[in-house]
Design a binder for this molecule. Structure first.
Ligand SMILES: C[S@@+](CC[C@H](N)C(=O)[O-])C[C@H]1O[C@@H](n2cnc3c(N)ncnc32)[C@H](O)[C@@H]1O
Length: 262
């Protein structure tokens, strides 16, 4: 079967079909366009992967990796599949010029590792899931990071003794924010990912609110203290209102990201 025959006949969505071919043929997407008359040697592998994908398994779990902010990360069912919208948190966090970074709910480690590589600054990477932390550590080794401390922690509890730095502190949190009641999200699409990486009570806001309550109780001393949160766009107004009541200042938002100072 030729590349173009597979792409025109499969019922997979186009991007997934191309990514499967890229993985099996070990080429990039531009190659597929330029060589679409070429025979796919290993059709069996392509068909096997396509079948799993059509049953709903995330492609990142099947291939074992996902690209994020220009780097490739190991991914499996211990962690949330990295989403492109989370790249918005990196852009917001880089604007804060951090000297020290805290990543709450690190999962696969994409935020902690990307921030460490982009800024060369130390990072505390926290998660309540030991299996997730193990995978994040594997990703940190893959990317040859320096200065990331992985800790098992309920939100910021492992750092509750406080931190004092001569520079800027930036806390980044992509915590679970999916409301189980949302009927516009396909539950089948999320069925493979860890529940504790996806869902939160109180309309999806429970953990974000708990974090907002926890931060002022911890003695963080820094020149500037920023908090970057990810949430669904429909949740932004409630979060900003809730944060302002706790004396956070609202700076700006992107579609999925919110930047606050405290
Ligand atoms: C939405 S995932 C984000 C993973 C990764 N940071 C990313 O952006 O792809 C949320 C992560 O928060 C972790 N988590 C859930 N509840 C937590 C809690 N109470 N304290 C710390 N981490 C928690 C989950 O284990 C999961 O890895």
């Amino acid at each position: 079967m030729r590349i173009k025959d597979f792409l025109s006949s499969t019922s997979l969505d186009r991007l997934d079909a191309e990514l499967i071919l890229c993985a099996v043929l070990d080429v990039d997407r531009a190659y597929l366009t330029a060589h679409d008359n070429e025979e796919i040697g290993d059709t069996d592998s392509v068909v096997r992967i396509a079948k799993r994908r059509l049953k709903g398994e995330p492609l990142a779990y099947i291939l074992g990796y996902k690209d994020f902010y220009g780097r490739r990360f190991f991914v499996d069912n211990r962690v949330l599949v990295p989403r492109p919208e989370t790249e918005q948190l990196i852009d917001l966090a880089l604007e804060t010029k951090p000297n020290l970074i805290i990543d709450v709910g690190t999962g696969s480690g994409i935020i902690a590792i990307t921030m460490n590589r982009e800024t060369k600054r130390p990072v505390f990477a926290l998660d309540l899931s030991t299996p997730a932390l193990n995978l994040a550590q594997k990703n940190a080794e893959l990317h040859d990071t320096h200065g990331i401390m992985f800790m098992n922690s309920y939100l910021l509890t492992a750092l509750e003794k406080g931190i004092s730095i001569d520079g800027n502190l930036t806390i980044i949190a992509n915590l679970p924010y999916v409301d189980r009641e949302w009927n516009w999200i396909s539950k089948e699409a999320l069925a493979y990912e860890p529940e504790m990486a996806l869902y939160a009570n109180d309309h999806g806001l429970d953990l974000i609110k708990k974090l907002l309550n926890q931060i002022p109780k911890i003695n963080f001393q820094a020149r500037r203290k920023s908090l970057v949160l990810e949430a669904d766009p429909s949740q932004h107004l409630s979060i900003i209102k809730y944060a302002k009541n706790l004396n956070f200042s609202y700076i700006k938002s992107t579609e999925f990201g919110i930047l606050l100072t405290f």
